[in-house]
Design a binder for this molecule. Sequence first.
Ligand code: DGY
Length: 411
Amino acid sequence: MTHINETARQILRKNDRGGYTVPTDGLYPYQWNWDSVFAAWGFATFDNDRAWTEVETLFSGQWDDGMVPHIIFHQSDPGYFPGPDVWGTNKTPQTSGISQPPVAATLVRKIYEMDPETGRTRLAALYPRMVAWHRWWHEVRCAPGPACITHPWESGRDNCPDWDVGMANVDGSNVGPYQRRDTGHVDASMRPGKEDYDRYIAILQFGKACGWNHAEIMANGPFLMADPGITFILLRAHRDLIALGQELGEDVSEITGWADALEAAVPSIWNPDLGAYDARDIRTGTWANNLSSAAYLFLYAGIENPQMDAQMQRTWDAVTYGIPSSDPEATHFDPRRYWRGPMWPVVNSLIAVGLKDSSRDADEARLRRETATLIKKSGFYEYFDPVDGTPCGGSNFTWTAAIWLTWAGRD
Ligand code: DGY
């Protein structure tokens, strides 16, 4: 184990660009929001100071309205598309125009608890920034009730079948010529297809055309869906932010109100026909009818639901390695195509937090073992085929190394 631990630490160090960590060299050459917070969690196992720096650098890209963008473009890199000019947000530092799953408060709490002495002043400075971000989520993206996304990239689960019904209504035919860069780095069969990509760009162009006006995007943008993943991640994060606020002696009543409102909205993402939490198109009311691994974050959010327990066991038992990103028994299951089936160690690590906190110790141990088996066999890949274990996507991946250090590699 020792040398695997050292390899994981080396990946974090090699992907360190000075104050922030890229998800992987080449494919993702900037600071990505939730990737970066996982990197911080990994750093905290051997360098707590560096962990805080990672999160501080991320929040240096926070907008005045509180949003923390999904990419911070600290330096230009022609190997990535769509870069800062395509987004056109006119911010310093340059950023994208959407957000990403708010895991920060939850993982910052873990980092803080690993070394409260080092963390206290850093936490005190970061706390109001995290509150501002959560307020943005509550006021802007949770206006319909559950947490909503305005672009599939905002969910962090880009081409998951969760978004198919919303994407079907996006016109991607007029986006003009552009050149993808992702498929120059990894196998195209493991990435989103061209039709998806045209639509991603069309949604981006709408945001740019309206000057990234959130009210306009929420009211008239081409894509708006409730996301079970962010709903559960934000609910959990609100509670962790409350705990951090109490630790600092702050008045947390406003955050408690946001958490209560979000919890009250959870039944609105229950699809009775699917018998599961599900993504939903806000404009049309249409359900995604897809069981994704995001739905299994219900325990992470502190929610008990026996039907979800049964669904999780079924999809887990249908594959060999971990919990797949999309239902292996559904017709659209695609075991190597990004979020349409592969097993993502990073999401499994969050599911494991929920399993552990709800005292499902045997399940947590099984998930850890299956995740560790894949990494030990093939290395720190972005994601894996859950049926035969084939490693997929980028290699030497930051968040896979991070969750090894914090979770999968721990006996
Ligand atoms: C990409 O470029 O594929 C990213 O997932 C967008 O954030």
